[in-house]
Design a protein around this ligand. Structure first.
Ligand SMILES: Nc1ncnc2c1ncn2[C@@H]1O[C@H](COP(=O)(O)OP(=O)(O)O)[C@@H](O)[C@H]1O
Ligand SMILES: [Mg+2]
Length: 420
């Protein structure tokens, strides 16, 4: 199709970064985004549909025949088979089908895949029976890590220092269904120590091309204190992820993962995310995601020089091997400006003011327009990204921009990338 219109599914900072990148493509027609936010609305046409409203999405596509591509960004619709459904209705969709997205949606599945294929990861056991899990944690070595098998909004993992914490985590998942996914299965794994790094990659199921590495900051407050969040900031690339590590991981982790999925008839096409821990005895996989991470995407995509739409086409046409993907050699730092109280209870509808941010990118996450003014509409409100010659330079720029931004009652970490 000549310059197809595009529908992006999702409405957070990640989707704003994706829309912004697609907007730059000379191959793209109009861009729609469901459900969008105040920032995305400035670059795309917002569509008032929830990411879970599959019927609504199909109806919207039926009414907009010029849409030649639907980009499914968030985890839940991927796991629930939105790409499968779109393909069955003859639509072109970017993102893994449900049978491949299961590497994120089921930690039990992904651990088994790694074990069977000798992909380095923490030793583990799985349990579906509470009594057996209880018995195990009462006699296990600590610390250990309890993980809910299914999607849990980034809250399904507990690092346990003693049996009481493990028992609480087991009760939450197995007896009380606190994540509401009716999945009592848990993975209990060995506690690893080391530095974390995330590696995103494009894959068409045959070729895999990694993006610059990144590191996110999960805890709410400076010094990695406070509760876990969806992510309070990120930088890219990580200075600790060397070309040698990349070569090792390609051979022992990335390719074996893609090939294992192929052998199972679960070919993965889209963006795959490797959560890695650099341990004393080598790199190990903490988890897979089946999509762009948030907020890593807001740090990584601004470094992309190649047309994102050209990459998407190469993935869908299984021609990724023929494409040279170019990245800037600059460093990106992204800081999340969150609502006061996040990740706990927070108020919505508070004013957001964005002044002069120089060359920084301001990606909107939880915002909306009310009477023509931007107000808060979520826990993570804005993601601000600066590019610099190194982390220190990018940090200076991003925090200078943040001085001219105000989210009433909000907060952000002042130490993103500081240790580096
Ligand atoms: N085996 C482990 N050892 C030490 N820390 C871990 C381990 N598994 C997970 N973690 C920590 O918990 C975080 C969340 O775990 P992860 O498996 O990425 O799940 P999710 O992102 O779905 O919550 C990781 O980023 C890491 O900091
Ligand atoms: Mg994770």
């Amino acid at each position: 199709m000549e310059k197809p219109d595009i529908l992006v599914i999702g409405g957070g900072g990640r989707e704003h970064a994706i829309v912004h990148a697609l907007k730059k493509s000379p191959r793209a027609g109009r861009i729609y985004c469901a459900p969008s936010n105040a920032g995305i609305d400035e670059e795309a046409e917002g569509v008032a549909l929830a990411v879970s409203d599959f019927k609504g999405i199909l109806a919207f596509l039926a009414g907009h025949p010029r849409i030649g591509l639907t980009f499914v960004a968030p985890d839940n619709p991927l796991a629930d088979g939105l790409v499968n459904l779109l393909e069955e209705h003859g639509h072109r969709a970017f993102g893994p089908r449900a049978e491949a997205a299961v590497i994120e949606a089921s930690k039990k599945f992904s651990k088994q895949l790694m074990k069977e294929n000798h992909i380095p990861t923490a030793a583990y056991e799985t349990f579906a029976d509470y009594k057996k899990a209880e018995e195990y944690v009462l006699s296990a070595k600590y610390p250990l890590v309890v993980k809910a098998d299914g999607l849990a909004y980034g809250k399904g993992v507990t690092i346990c220092r003693h049996p009481a914490e493990a028992l609480k985590a087991l009760k939450d998942i197995m007896l009380d269904d606190v994540f509401g996914n009716h999945n009592p299965c848990v993975v209990i794994e060995e506690f690893l120590t080391g530095r974390e790094v995330s590696v995103l990659a494009f894959t068409d199921g045959r070729t895999i091309k990694t993006m610059p590495s990144s590191q996110d900051h999960k805890r709410a407050y400076d010094g990695d204190k406070g509760p876990n969040t969806g992510g309070m900031g990120a930088f890219s690339p990580s200075p600790y992820y060397t070309p040698e590590m990349d070569a090792y991981a390609k051979e022992h982790i990335y390719l074996p993962t893609i090939e294992a999925l192929n052998r199972m008839g679960r070919t993965f096409k889209g963006v795959i995310y490797f959560g890695l821990m650099m341990c004393a005895d080598g790199i190990k996989v903490l988890e897979y995601n089946a999509r762009f991470g948030d907020p890593e995407t807001q740090a990584v995509l601004p470094l992309l020089k190649t047309d994102l739409l050209e990459i998407i086409d190469a993935v869908l046409d299984e021609k990724l091997d023929t494409l040279d993907i170019e990245w800037s050699d600059r460093t990106a730092v992204t800081v999340v400006y969150a609502s006061g109280g996040y990740p706990g209870k927070y108020e919505k509808g508070l004013p957001v003011t964005i002044g002069d941010v120089g060359e920084c990118y301001v990606y909107h996450a939880g915002t909306k327009l009310a009477d023509g003014k931007i107000v808060t509409n979520g826990g993570r409100v804005l993601c601000v990204t600066a590019l610099g010659n190194d982390i220190a330079d990018a940090r200076n720029k991003v925090y200078a921009a943040l001085n001219n931004i105000r989210v009433e009652g909000g907060f952000y970490r002042t130490d993103i990338g500081l240790k580096e």
